[in-house]
Design a protein around this ligand. Structure first.
Ligand code: IMP
Length: 193
């Protein structure tokens, strides 16, 4: 089965392919269908954006596809950055500036619980299906680790002794991450159809 992953983010395509391992499903990117434009993400929720991206691709390219949208929710910041996770510190989507803004806003606050939430919207043969993955953790006081991307250096997943996502191996991160959980739900579903 061939399916388009509606993202232009090569980090995400790589992670999803790693999570997939060997299956009968081949994931292709937007470039493979000639889609190079920016897909609108203008909805007020993570789920809304996932649906908007999947529908854009299906409507314009008539393909089966899935999209995902991810947000980081920091409790002491009333759930921010949430739907604004990518552009928290501005339109440049600069991960360093985004992390700096969170660390600055939290300051010495000891209430640092947070979670990553991923929603996947799958458009398959005219039907839509949603899958969610959540990873609970806390925000570090400073960045640690070199691997991963985005907010990984300041996110300490629950149960990993204070290690950040950026200090875990890719295999370890995929086992527990929001995207790993959501993608495995997607794959279990696709295995049954
Ligand atoms: P989007 O889903 O592409 O809109 O990404 C939202 C934001 O979340 C971007 O700033 C990403 O860098 C960040 N992000 C998404 N997934 C992860 C992750 O697994 N670790 C760290 N940051 C992430």
């Amino acid at each position: 089965m061939e399916i388009i992953f509606a993202t232009g983010n090569p980090n995400k395509i790589r992670e999803v392919n790693q999570i997939l391992g060997k299956t009968h499903i081949t994931i292709k990117g937007l470039k493979d269908i000639g889609c190079t434009e920016d897909i609108p993400e203008t909805q007020p929720t993570i789920q809304g954006n996932a649906i908007q991206k999947a529908n854009y691709v299906t409507d314009n390219y008539q393909v089966n596809c899935f999209s995902e949208d991810t947000g980081l929710e920091v409790d002491a910041l009333s759930g921010e950055p949430g739907v604004n996770t990518a552009r928290y510190a501005g339109q440049g989507k600069d991960p360093e500036a985004n992390m700096a803004k969170i660390l600055q806003k939290l300051g010495a606050n000891t209430h640092r619980t947070a979670r990553f939430r991923t929603v996947i919207a799958l458009n398959l043969e005219g039907q839509q299906h949603l899958f969610e993955g959540v990873c609970e953790g806390t925000i570090a006081y400073e960045k640690t680790g070199e691997s991963g991307f985005g907010y990984d250096p300041i996110f300490l997943p629950q149960g990993y002794a204070g290690k950040s996502f950026a200090e875990l191996s890719k295999v370890e991160k995929n086992k527990i991450s929001h995207r790993g959980i959501a993608v495995r739900k997607l794959m279990e579903f696709l295995d049954r159809v």
